[in-house]
Design a protein around this ligand. Structure first.
Ligand SMILES: Nc1ncnc2c1ncn2[C@@H]1O[C@H](COP(=O)(O)OP(=O)(O)O)[C@@H](O)[C@H]1O
Ligand SMILES: [Mg+2]
Length: 261
């Protein structure tokens, strides 16, 4: 056990993925320690989302290896990766429109039930019968993310910022060891972004390791313990927020964008 807890929770070694002639991810290696909030930043098209898709089994890597909690994730499909304890949110909010706020979180719970992954709606109806505990657990999560008063509302009635938070709630319903967030602050105003930063901190305080892909520099610099900078599919730099802010290569890659303004 001691051995395992000393290992990084997530380790990527020389990961590569191309689409036709585009090298979306090129020989990227990094590690995420348990209990860490790791940021991944980089200009649009740098390969950040592709990296998440490789980790979560949405894409198979052309080369390289991914280890999670001491075991290889290579060749697993998304639901198998989820079952190992990796949850994610998407760059574009993906909620179930016809379900309530509570049901959206209950659906997130289904990998933990016998209902399986057949279809979200089918799983929900089975999940309802399967465990009354699912509802309690989902309510607990809504309390945690501050949406319990909206439990019975249709998810589409939520303001956009709350829809993003709900998507995080659904990811938390799987009881993940690792949570991957893909630009969770995009579309949020400054106040909502600060609130999100506090939520991410509280998620980490529950013992969940977080990888945050983000465009919002103030959020990234504030909440992350360590940051990986990608550019054209490659690792440009890796270090503490302070080191990254002072790195000449990072500053050069962002010239004109004023990332740290
Ligand atoms: N499914 C795909 N098919 C073709 N090209 C893709 C696909 N996914 C990503 N890409 C390309 O890979 C590169 C990296 O994209 P992406 O990982 O989405 O970057 P980021 O999330 O950093 O903005 C881009 O050039 C993008 O167009
Ligand atoms: Mg992206």
């Amino acid at each position: 056990m001691i051995e395992l807890s000393r290992q990084p929770l997530l380790k990527a070694e020389n990961l590569s993925k191309s689409f036709g002639g585009i090298h979306a991810v090129r020989e990227v290696s990094f590690a995420v320690a348990r209990g860490q909030i790791k940021g991944i930043i980089g200009p649009n098209g740098a390969g950040k989302t592709t990296l998440f898709n490789l980790i979560t089994g949405f894409y198979a890597a052309d080369a390289g290896a991914i280890y999670f909690n001491g075991r290889s994730l290579n060749n697993l499909v998304p639901h198998q990766v989820a079952e190992r304890g990796v949850a994610r949110t998407f760059q574009n909010v993906e909620l179930f429109d016809r379900m309530t706020v509570l049901e959206n979180v209950m659906v997130g719970r289904h990998p933990k039930t016998r209902a399986g992954f057949i279809s979200a709606a089918f799983s929900l109806s089975k999940a309802r019968k399967e465990e009354s505990g699912i509802r309690d657990k989902a309510m607990e999560i809504l309390n945690f993310i501050g949406l319990s008063e909206r439990a019975a509302d249709p998810s589409t009635s939520l303001p956009f910022g709350f829809q993003r938070v709900l998507e995080i709630g659904r990811a938390l319903a799987t009881d993940p060891l690792l949570l991957l967030l893909d630009e969770p602050a995009s579309g949020l105003n400054a106040g909502e972004t600060r609130e999100l930063g506090r939520l991410i901190g509280r998620i980490r305080d529950k013992g969940i390791t977080v990888v945050l892909v983000e465009h919002d520099m103030s959020l990234t610099m504030e909440v992350c313990d360590e940051i990986l900078v990608m550019d054209y599919g490659r690792t440009l730099a890796e270090g503490s927020p302070r080191e990254i802010q002072q790195d000449p290569e990072v500053i050069a890659a962002y010239l004109g964008e004023e990332p740290f303004a």
